[in-house]
Design a protein around this ligand. Structure first.
Ligand code: ATP
Ligand code: MG
Ligand code: MG
Length: 371
């Protein structure tokens, strides 16, 4: 039998790379997939990324890869026809020697290879408005590049993702006969329940707008957090958006909300000091100043109207998901201590409430940038 290292070498060799593999090491700090960097020697020296797809999360890895090929091919062709005015790179899917977009071990493991964006780095927390503007620009470029690919070309690999009313139903199911809700409840649990009550009538705002045709179904990234954007080490400019597992039909509002939620919370989503969490308006402005000019040619008046509600809703939604997972005994989000998901929920609820209290300012900001 092979040890782990030999096993990964053998898997890397299933893919159609150009050269001899000299080294493989674990790479990056992703939470979902297992990621390795494979170094090759020789003239055509090009390292590549090898990933074991997490099929607990992605039940249909073949569909995830089909989407990824569709998206990267579309973007590559579009960039050839209409180059951007700035350097931009798209990871490409490297096929197996049998021309497949992933390698299926036959024993329940699914692996893929993608080209490596060399000379780049990513960040977990934003501090600098110039960087924040780059993050917004990168998300805008990604949406713009996909704005002419029909959403029907991609498979919905995560049905119900960002459908807030479905998360609410899951919460309501978790409430029934929950052992955590017997006896005298801690103030934090009471607080979460009170917050959720105030949202019962509003949490369908995006889904209703989508169902009524006010907001068009488009292609979205699905996980546009800061560390999925690669910056060139030399220029400090964003050069790529990676981690395309969740790219699928949806609303661009989910992405922008998610990006702002994660990018403008200076204490980060893992802070335990939840009552001090704030939504930073300077970083918000910088992200919007990067994002909106990239997308203004396809955003409709209704799109703009729902940007602000989306930013609040997406923060609330994540809080709701954390709290539900806490009630369910931490089945989905890994925890480091027993109250971890409860604290994470409080962080997001605090963020949502701080965004809500600044909604007028954010709305004016959007108007102002639109000009
Ligand atoms: P997440 O927790 O964000 O969902 P993940 O487990 O899905 O992460 P990725 O984001 O795809 O994994 O990859 C993990 C890390 O590996 C990235 O944050 C990045 O640092 C690095 N990485 C992935 N793909 C590339 C690439 N094509 N070029 C350069 N670096 C890459
Ligand atoms: Mg990632
Ligand atoms: Mg990911």
């Amino acid at each position: 039998t092979l040890n782990i290292e030999e096993k990964v070498f053998a898997i890397a060799d299933q893919f159609d790379h150009q050269g001899k593999i000299v080294q493989i090491k674990p790479f990056g700090n992703g939470n979902i997939n297992d990621t390795f960097l494979v170094d090759l020697d020789g003239q055509t020296q090009t390292s590549f990324i090898l990933q074991r797809i997490n099929h607990q999360v992605f039940k249909n890895p073949a569909a995830v890869m089909g989407n990824m090929v569709r998206v990267t091919t579309h973007i590559k062709q579009k960039l050839q026809r209409q180059p951007l005015e700035r350097p931009w790179l798209m990871p490409e899917v490297i096929l197996t020697k049998n021309n497949q977009d992933h390698w299926d071990s036959g024993t329940g493991e699914f692996w893929r290879a993608i080209s490596f964006i060399a000379g780049s780095e990513s960040f977990d927390i934003l501090t600098d408005p110039a960087q924040a503007k780059e993050v917004g620009t990168a998300l805008g470029i990604f949406h713009q590049l996909l704005s002419d690919l029909s959403p029907s070309q991609l498979v919905d690999t995560l049905p119900g993702f960002h459908h807030t009313p479905i998360y609410l139903q899951q919460y309501q199911r978790a409430l029934a006969q929950n052992p955590k809700l017997t006896g005298s409840l801690g103030p934090e649990i009471n607080h979460c329940q009170r917050v959720i009550k105030t949202w019962l009538d509003q949490c369908g705002v995006l889904e209703t707008a989508k169902a009524q045709g006010q907001l068009p179904l488009r292609l979205m990234h699905g996980d546009p957090k800061v560390n999925n954007i690669l910056f060139d080490r030399q220029s400090g400019k964003a050069v790529s958006v990676i981690d395309l597992d969740t790219t699928k039909p949806g609303l661009i509002h989910y992405d922008l909300g998610d990006c702002l939620r994660s990018g403008c919370n200076l204490l980060g989503e893992e802070t335990e000091n939840w009552s001090a969490v704030e939504f930073d308006l300077d970083l918000c402005r910088a992200i919007l100043e990067g994002y909106l000019p990239q997308c203004q040619h396809f955003l409709t008046a209704a799109d703009y109207d729902y940007l602000c509600p989306a930013i609040v809703l997406i923060s609330f939604e994540l809080g709701l998901r954390f709290f539900t997972d806490y009630l369910n005994g931490d089945r989905y989000f890994k925890v480091k201590y027993p109250e971890h998901n409860l604290i994470r929920a409080l962080v997001q609820f605090q963020l949502a409430s701080h965004i809500q209290s600044q909604e007028d300012a954010i709305r004016r900001m959007i108007e102002d940038i639109r000009g």
